[in-house]
Design a binder for this molecule. Structure first.
Ligand SMILES: [Zn+2]
Length: 486
């Protein structure tokens, strides 16, 4: 697999440093508000990445995403609405996890909160001061940029050009205007913690250094996030890690492009944004995922209702095929049964398209090419169905298996949530997921009769479970079956 590494500005061969378990750190939200739709892009891109490498490489991914639950924005928000910082953080942390579930992403293995890692951050800052890479002034602590000759390597900025172009507020307390804050002295009424420099709180850039090392250990394989984080956030993480520890920090730095709206950067401060939750409610997670993944993750993407509607139609085209073939309940072809020439050619074309999909994903996670291959398969299957002889139709279940296998990492078909028009807030999908989890546990305990009973009873309710290497997938088949019978 080749990935574009922002640090070296080139495509490089990637594999986990120990060959099978990869550490993936994706910078998480500051929980002062709900996420806007642009914030969702890294979540979906790196969820698909994680699912893909698990399914197609067999690598296990340890996924860490921090929660920034104390910072200036949170304090402002709390003051605005007359709540404590803790209350605001708790509310929007909950909203964040609710969104992750609605997006149907695999939850992070670790979601460390900044406020639960203050001691470790203080230790890191102490270490930086001891090593001459940071200095305290009047209860604040700043990182000394001049201690790092390599500063600017990730973003490709020259220090002089940064100083000239920087709108960093000139502070007479700093040795260099670019020196960044590691510890902020508390103002009255702000949340604060004790430290050798007095009461205060850590700056944002420190938490990711502490948490990534804590939860990934030596597995510092991939650090990811939006390209707006390259400077200063990621640059400042690297500077701290290099100054504090005599060992390498992350090997690969992956950055997704920004979401724009009518060509302008989408942001809360400009007011041209939509809340992610509202968009997901209207279009469903599969459509939103399709919309993002049908553009290469590094490219900028313009948000539009037209784009989402096109994604919705594309998702429906795939789902319809799967439901139709499923509804026909075709007996799959036996192993020994010889295939007719047409069917054999069909199976070969499908295999070639599977390879095309894999090649695209291996080439800097090109989900655009991968989705193209899935749609080509759908086209092939539709053509084949229209003309195939009865005996050859036994290859169709296998074709659908393939569609499921390839759609699964993208999340454009998995799960059973209704894509449209079901805004009733039904808990049915969660209940089905619950039963599937229960069934998995029963199978682990080798209670296969009970596990099979769950599957059969769900089947009786029109919910078909399919076991795949990525876990059990489910979908509703009752409606299609009935409409075929009538
Ligand atoms: Zn971060």
């Amino acid at each position: 697999m080749r990935l574009y590494n922002t640090l070296t500005r080139q495509l490089e061969a990637f594999e986990p440093s120990d060959g099978n378990t990869l550490g993936l750190y994706v910078c998480g939200p500051t929980v002062y508000d709900r996420l806007h739709i642009g914030n969702v892009r890294p979540i979906l891109v790196f969820d698909a990445f994680r699912r893909y490498v698990q399914a197609f490489h067999g690598w296990k991914a340890i996924y860490v995403q921090n929660i920034t639950d104390v910072d200036d924005k949170l304090i402002d928000r709390a003051n605005q609405i007359g709540e404590s910082v803790g209350e605001v953080a708790a509310r929007f942390t909950e909203a964040y996890f609710d969104l992750l579930r609605r997006l149907d992403v695999l939850l992070p293995d670790h979601s460390p909160k900044a406020t639960e890692h203050i001691d470790e951050m203080v230790d890191l800052i102490k270490r930086l001061v001891e090593r001459g890479a940071a200095y305290a002034v009047d209860g604040d602590v700043y990182f000394r940029i001049d201690s790092q000759p390599e500063y600017g390597r990730l973003s490709g900025r020259q220090l002089d050009e940064q100083e000239a172009g920087s709108r960093v507020e000139m502070s007479s307390l700093k040795e260099n205007p670019l020196d960044f804050t590691l510890w902020k002295a508390a103002k009255p009424g702000e949340p604060s913690w004790p430290s050798p420099w007095g009461e205060g709180r850590p700056g944002w850039h420190t938490e990711c250094v502490v948490m990534s090392r804590k939860y990934l250990g030596r597995r510092l394989d991939i650090h990811a996030g939006g390209s707006d984080l390259i400077f200063p956030h990621h640059e400042n993480e690297i500077a701290q890690a290099q100054a504090a520890f005599d060992e390498p920090f992350f090997r690969f730095w992956l950055h997704n492009g920004m979401l724009s709206f009518q060509g302008e950067k989408m942001s809360k401060s400009l007011g041209n944004f939509a809340y992610a939750q509202d968009v997901v409610e209207r279009y469903g997670s599969r459509t939103v995922r399709y919309f993002y993944l049908s553009r290469h993750y590094r490219k900028p993407l313009d948000y539009s209702e037209d784009g989402l509607r096109a994604a919705q139609a594309a998702v429906e085209r795939i789902a319809t095929l799967v439901a139709d073939v499923d509804g026909e309940r075709i007996e799959p072809a036996g192993e020994q049964q010889p295939l007719g020439a047409n069917a054999a050619a069909f199976v070969d074309r499908l295999q070639a398209l599977r390879e095309k999909y894999v090649l695209a994903m291996e080439d800097d996670f090109n989900t655009v090419g991968a989705i193209g291959a899935v749609q080509e398969i759908v086209g092939e299957v539709n053509r084949f169905r229209a003309t195939a002889r009865e005996a050859d139709r036994a290859t169709l279940p296998q074709a659908i298996e393939l569609v499921l296998e390839l759609a699964s990492p993208l999340g454009i078909l998995a799960g059973g949530e209704p894509e449209t028009s079901d805004a009733s807030g039904s808990t049915e999908p969660q209940l089905v997921e619950l039963l599937i989890e229960l069934r998995d546990t029963l199978r682990e305990r080798k209670l296969f009769d009970l596990a099979d009973e769950i599957r059969d009873r769900l089947d009786g309710l029109g919910i078909a479970i399919k076991d795949t290497p990525q876990g059990a997938l489910w979908r509703r088949v009752a409606a299609e079956r009935q409409s075929n019978e009538s």
